[in-house]
Design a protein around this ligand. Sequence first.
Ligand code: ADP
Length: 202
Amino acid sequence: LKSPYHGGHLEVIVGPMFSGKSEELIRRVTRAVIARQRVSVFKPALDDRYHDTAVASHAGRTVNAVAVRDAADIRAHLSGEGTLLHAQGDTLPDVVGIDEVQFLDAAIIPLALELADAGVRVILAGLDQDFRAEPFGFMPELLARAESVEKLTAICTVCGAPATRSQRLIGGQPARFDDPVVLVGAEESYEARCRVHHELRG
Ligand code: ADP
């Protein structure tokens, strides 16, 4: 299964929550494994250490992954202490996948580019917009630098149209624009919504 890019490249999968980003990442990774390629999958850890875990889609499919705190953890995992990635040659995996990439740090950008330059197929999945429908952190730069961008839609929970946004609800009510991204103790949930039905409380 040869890459059309003749070597390393960067693929980005974006969309709102429930749009199937994890499913698509799992699909691509599974095919690479079937092709006997060496694959490493990472995702942000909720706690403070890195450990074995899995990427799971909302529909329940999973693939093994390593939970990491930041881009430096991924670099350490791939290269061992202080080693340059491009000097790794054959020891680098063929494919590196990362889910929920928006929750890592901006150092993921130079890392992804370095891996692609070193011949790795890098597949990154994450949110393109936050709950306010604003571009999510460093994601715009990843989109700009990728060879391939797939923008997925979910289904709007109100009208059934393609949903491009993540509706944040706090106690059942639309969140405010300036509500903190992490709200301790509040009962919050998210729904996929289209442009018309995405709401922010004034
Ligand atoms: P993401 O990684 O983008 O959050 P997942 O791959 O985890 O998405 O989950 C996608 C799955 O979520 C769909 O295949 C479907 O089974 C389920 N799902 C639940 N709610 C919705 C919705 N509103 N729109 C689309 N899919 C939904």
